[in-house]
Write a protein that binds this ligand. Structure first.
Ligand code: IPE
Ligand code: IPE
Ligand code: MG
Length: 247
């Protein structure tokens, strides 16, 4: 029996975010070049998208490329960009069939023009879909996003659009690239690394964290359901006491 069958349908997180880590180590383990691990990682992306759709997760954010990842060897960066183009070309039809809508967060101006073009095209082709919202974090940096928000707010104060005392959490959130998207209830990072690596620092203030040991290319649909199952066993207290939550 799949773990999917035992999940509580009334407690599915609306937003799951995944830091997909471990492709390079997976490749090394199999005696292959790092890019082979990234290629294999695309299979796990497919699995996670399917699994999320099947149980009614509304938003799935996948951290695919960080701003810091631009500092990797040029050939790896180029191979990753190539893989991204290939994945967009190969998957758009299936995503459309599955009613998936695509979004992107990050500094996409840094992406090569051809990647950005394909991406925007794909987003446009899927824009009327009403099922899972798949969000790719590409050239993403949470600190970059926060600084941008601060700059926008400062400009609005300076030109008189808003007053300083109107700055609140809601206003700030609306200046982030994730505006309109609920904060992730669950954050998964694969590969046994226990860090955030500049991902959604604001948005994960109250997320539940799940750190499976598996390397990303080994992550399956069943692993995704297991993460949800683990999440469902937790008590989210938001600063309150257990008694208050139960009562
Ligand atoms: C995650 O796998 C994919 C990206 C960051 C693009 P890594 O490439 O970081 O794999 P490891 O951490 O070196 O094993
Ligand atoms: C984080 O993974 C970024 C992505 C998964 C895209 P990294 O492998 O780049 O993170 P660090 O540098 O090991 O923290
Ligand atoms: Mg890594």
């Amino acid at each position: 029996m799949s773990t999917k069958e035992i999940l509580n349908k009334n407690n599915i997180p609306s937003h799951v975010a995944i830091i997909m880590d471990g492709n390079g180590r997976w490749a090394a383990k199999h005696g292959k070049a790092r890019i082979f691990g990234h290629e294999q990682g695309v299979e796990s992306v497919r699995a996670a998208v399917e699994a999320a759709g099947e149980i009614g997760v509304k938003y799935l954010t996948l951290y695919a490329f960080s701003t810091e990842n631009w500092g990797r060897p040029t050939e790896e960066v180029n191979a990753l960009m190539g893989l991204l183009i290939q994945a967009i070309e190969n998957e758009t039809e299936k995503l459309n069939k599955n009613n998936v809508k695509l979004g992107v967060i990050g500094n996409i101006e840094m992406l090569p023009a051809v990647v950005k073009g394909k991406l925007m095209n794909c987003i446009n082709n899927l824009k009327s879909n009403t099922g899972l919202n798949l969000i790719l974090a590409l050239s993403y940096s949470s600190k970059w996003e926060i600084i941008n928000a601060v700059k926008n707010i400062a400009a609005s104060v300076k030109n008189g659009e808003i007053k300083t005392d109107q700055i609140n959490e809601r206003l700030f959130e609306n200046c982030l690239t994730t505006r309109g998207i609920p904060d992730p209830e669950l954050l998964i990072r694969t590969s046994g690394e226990y860090r955030i690596s500049n991902f959604m620092l604001w948005q994960i203030a109250y997320s539940e964290f799940y750190f499976p040991e598996k390397l990303w290319p080994d992550f399956t649909k069943e692993d995704f359901f297991e993460a949800i199952n683990n999440y469902q066993k937790r008590e989210r207290r938001f600063g309150k006491t257990s008694e208050q939550i139960e009562g």
